[in-house]
Design a protein around this ligand. Structure first.
Ligand SMILES: [Zn+2]
Ligand SMILES: [Zn+2]
Length: 156
């Protein structure tokens, strides 16, 4: 359950457990080909200042191209989340704070899940530490062995 009624939160913390399929509208337009459902757990609670604190964990897996050779790499994502959700519009500039629509009746965590996945996305994925990449001349995959140009570039 990732949309929690604020009324319910007034009675105490609420467990946030859910699973979103990769096809969930929350991930629409996301350049992150998810290969597994997004598993979410955690706890949401109201703070004294009428804000909401969500501590949770988001896990899934995505298939991303190796930066050097473009081979597809399955990349596990596992992010601990500790964020504040507020309806205070002045907090909008704080990147660690999520704003709720004014007069919201529920806290919708799906947008947070989406943003946190983007943040967890590794910027530089390699299929392996010593990936040789592609030859800049002929485009051959050098992991399979040197191409013709590599040989001719070597000093005789
Ligand atoms: Zn590679
Ligand atoms: Zn080459």
């Amino acid at each position: 359950m990732l949309r929690i009624a604020i009324r319910e939160l007034q009675h105490g913390p609420v467990e946030t457990v859910g699973e979103l399929p990769p096809s969930d509208p929350a991930f629409e337009g996301l350049e992150l080909p998810l290969t597994e459902p997004v598993r979410v757990e955690g706890q949401l609670q109201a703070t004294e200042g009428d804000d909401f604190l969500w501590r949770g964990r988001i896990r899934t897996s995505a298939r991303v191209p190796c930066r050097r050779c473009l081979a597809e790499v399955d990349c596990g994502l596992d992010r601990d989340v500790d964020v504040l959700l507020t309806s205070d519009p002045d907090a909008a500039d704080d990147p660690s704070v999520y704003t709720l629509p004014e007069a919201a009746l529920q806290v919708d965590l799906t947008g947070v899940v989406r943003e946190e996945l983007v943040l967890d996305m590794p910027a530089y994925v390699l299929c392996r530490e010593d990936c040789a990449g592609l030859c800049p001349e002929c485009g051959a995959e050098l992991n399979a062995g040197p191409c013709g140009c590599a040989r001719s570039a070597e000093p005789a």
